[in-house]
Structure formats: structure tokens, C-alpha cells
Design a protein around this ligand. Structure first.
Ligand code: XIL
Length: 348
């Protein structure tokens, strides 16, 4: 009996929470966020949510003009077995993007996470690993050559201290796996924009310097890379906007296109809030405004665009990843625009 009562209470709490929204935002939903910007405004999308949620579909279609596949292009999903690619989900996303004239940013070809068992257990020699890497990159890029113009070729290859991460790729192929990946990508599509993508590049100067040195050196040896993706999973509490501005300057001064590739602004990093106060949402909006204002000041030729990592707070990866309530995006749990959205309309 007690248990039943508890379960009922839990369900009520869940319902109550999912109905909460940030009240009195200062603006209504605009026709199209992206039409305000001089560069693409992107969002990470799960194709299955486009099917099951009307508000998710409508906001994605109306507000953003660039799409990053949130998961369905990752190795474990798109290449689950050695001789089998699974295209259906990505194909459906391409269809959606065609219908609404959105560009697609391919995320992500080579990463140490979300790998299928067959890769983890693969027991070939170095040349077999090279073929595996090449086949994976080129099969995907060639299939979507007409539809995808930019790619995260390598994701998260560096440790925080600036050394190279000991991923399975590095273990099997050595440091050169990164340049091999870029070479194979370039071979598959001479016109695509090729990116290296990582986190904490705005907050950790050691990591940023190491990344810039590595890719400057690679470029000097004639291996092409076009841009750097700064994921920017930031929070209300760090990093300081001035540090962010400095990182934008440094990366573009080195001649890289700059993609803010996975932006979200966490509020609840101390896990203390059940639901944030109005003030916290305003702080979030203000912080976003400052980030974007700094991005706007960069030389236009380097502004590749800003992508948010999820449509609404109901969709953020941070909840599962850190096991806490979190509210880091432009739309609330009910897909109503938040103060951050209004601020973005103002500053774009
Ligand atoms: C995340 C997705 O959002 C989650 O749904 C998934 O469970 C794990 O990956 N850096 C990246 C993204 O490059 O691909 C990650 O996306 C978030 C961190």
C-alpha cells in the first residue's frame, strides 16, 4: 500500500515537473531564428523524435537552418557490423533537410566513443585497421556527398593536458590516425569543409594550444583541414566570457573556420536545483548574449555557424549524462521559447 502511494506520488511529481515552464519570457516565437543571423543556426536532431513529437518537428523546421545528427551518424548506429551499414535514419534526416532546405553537418566520423563491438574486437594488423578507417570514412562521405558539405572528421582526440588520447584508433594506428582520417576525408570529397571537434577548447588554454599546434603542423605538411568545432558545453559558472572571446580570437587568427558546434549552457551543475529561478534563466540568456556578441565580432569569413546541442530542455543529453535535472537550451520542456531564445533574437 505504501509502495503504491509512493509510485503515485512519483508519477504526479513527474507530471508536475514536465509541465513546468519558464514563465513570462519577453518574446513570442519568431518566424525563424535563423533568418536573423548572418551565419547558419544549427541544432542537433534525433530523426525518431521528428516522427514522434510535433512540437519538436515544428521548432526544428521553423527555427534552425543547419542540422547535426545527434547520434544516428555515429559509428555504432550507422556501421553496426563490419559489412553492414544502416542508412535508414540518416536518410530520413536528409529527406527532412531537403524538404526544408537545411544544410547538414556530418557528426561524427572518427571518435573513441559509441563504437560497435565489432570494432572494439577487431583483430587485424595495422594495414587492416587502416582499411577499416578508410572504408568507414569514405563509404559514409560518398553516400552523402550531394547532401552534406561539412564534417566532424575527428572528435575529441586530445586529453585535457594537451597530449593525444589513447583511443583505440591511436593504439592501433599510432598518432597518424588523425591525419589519415583527414586525408581519406579529403579524398572522398575535395569540396567538403573538414573539421576537428572537441570540448573545453574555450576553457583550457593548454588543450587549445596543443590542438592548434597539432593542426597547424598538419596543414603545413599539406594535409587539409578547414575548421575547428568548439563544442562549448558551458555553464552559468564557467568559463568567463573574456576567456571565451580569447579562444575565438586565437582559433580564427590561426585561419580556421570556427563552428560553435554543440552549444548548451548548464544551470544546475551543483545539482541543487529542482527548477531554476527566473533569475537563473535571465543569467543564462545574458551569458548566451555575450557569447554570441563575441562570435559576431569575428571576421565573417571564419563564422561557420552556431549549433545548439538539442532542441528543448526536454531533449538535452546532460540529464542522462550527469544524472541531474538540467535546462541548458533555447526552449523549455514544453517547447516554449525561453529568455535565452529572446536574447538570441536580439543579438543576432
Ligand atoms: C551525446 C548525445 O547527445 C547523447 O544522446 C549520447 O547518448 C551521447 O552523445 N560530445 C559529442 C556529442 O561530440 O556527440 C555527444 O552527444 C555529446 C558530447
Amino acid at each position: 500500500m505504501q509502495r503504491r502511494y509512493f509510485v503515485q506520488l512519483f508519477i504526479l511529481l513527474l507530471l508536475f515537473n514536465s509541465c513546468k515552464k519558464e514563465n513570462n519570457t519577453s518574446c513570442a516565437l519568431n518566424d525563424a531564428l535563423y533568418s536573423k543571423a548572418d551565419y547558419p543556426i544549427g541544432v542537433a536532431v534525433e530523426p525518431y523524435k521528428l516522427i514522434f513529437s510535433t512540437p519538436y518537428y515544428n521548432i526544428t523546421a521553423s527555427q534552425f537552418n543547419r542540422i547535426s545528427p545527434e547520434n544516428c551518424m555515429k559509428f555504432e548506429y550507422i556501421h553496426p557490423n563490419q559489412n553492414q551499414y544502416y542508412w535508414d535514419e540518416m536518410d530520413s534526416l536528409v529527406q527532412f533537410c531537403k524538404t526544408y532546405s537545411k544544410s547538414i553537418h556530418g557528426h561524427t566520423l572518427i571518435w573513441h566513443k559509441q563504437l560497435p563491438e565489432w570494432v572494439l574486437n577487431f583483430s587485424g594488423d595495422e594495414s587492416a585497421w587502416e582499411s577499416l578507417l578508410k572504408d568507414h570514412i569514405q563509404t559514409i562521405m560518398l553516400r552523402y556527398k550531394q547532401n552534406i558539405y561539412s564534417w566532424d572528421v575527428v572528435n575529441e582526440a586530445f586529453n585535457e593536458d594537451g597530449t593525444l588520447r589513447n583511443s583505440i584508433w591511436r593504439t592501433k594506428l599510432g598518432d597518424r590516425y588523425i591525419e589519415l582520417a583527414f586525408q581519406y576525408a579529403r579524398e572522398a570529397d575535395p569540396n567538403a569543409k573538414l573539421f576537428y571537434n572537441d570540448y573545453n577548447l574555450e576553457s583550457n588554454p593548454n588543450k587549445r594550444t596543443a590542438v592548434l599546434q597539432y593542426f597547424d603542423n598538419m596543414k603545413n605538411r599539406g594535409i587539409e583541414i578547414d575548421g575547428i568545432g568548439m563544442q562549448m558545453h558551458v555553464s552559468l559558472y564557467s568559463p568567463d566570457v573574456n576567456d571565451i572571446a580569447l579562444s575565438f580570437q586565437e582559433i580564427t587568427e590561426h585561419g580556421y573556420l570556427l563552428h560553435i558546434s554543440e552549444l548548451d549552457i548548464a544551470i544546475n551543475i551543483y545539482k541543487k536545483l529542482e527548477y531554476p529561478s527566473k533569475e537563473k534563466f535571465l543569467q543564462q540568456a545574458d551569458y548566451l548574449g555575450k557569447i554570441v556578441a563575441n562570435y559576431n565580432q569575428l571576421n565573417k569569413q571564419y563564422q561557420f555557424g552556431i549549433t545548439f546541442w538539442g532542441v528543448s530542455d526536454a531533449d538535452t543529453w546532460l540529464v542522462n549524462f550527469y544524472n541531474r535535472p538540467e535546462y541548458p537550451l533555447l526552449f523549455d520542456n514544453l517547447y516554449a521559447p525561453k529568455s535565452a531564445y529572446c536574447k538570441l533574437l536580439d543579438v543576432l
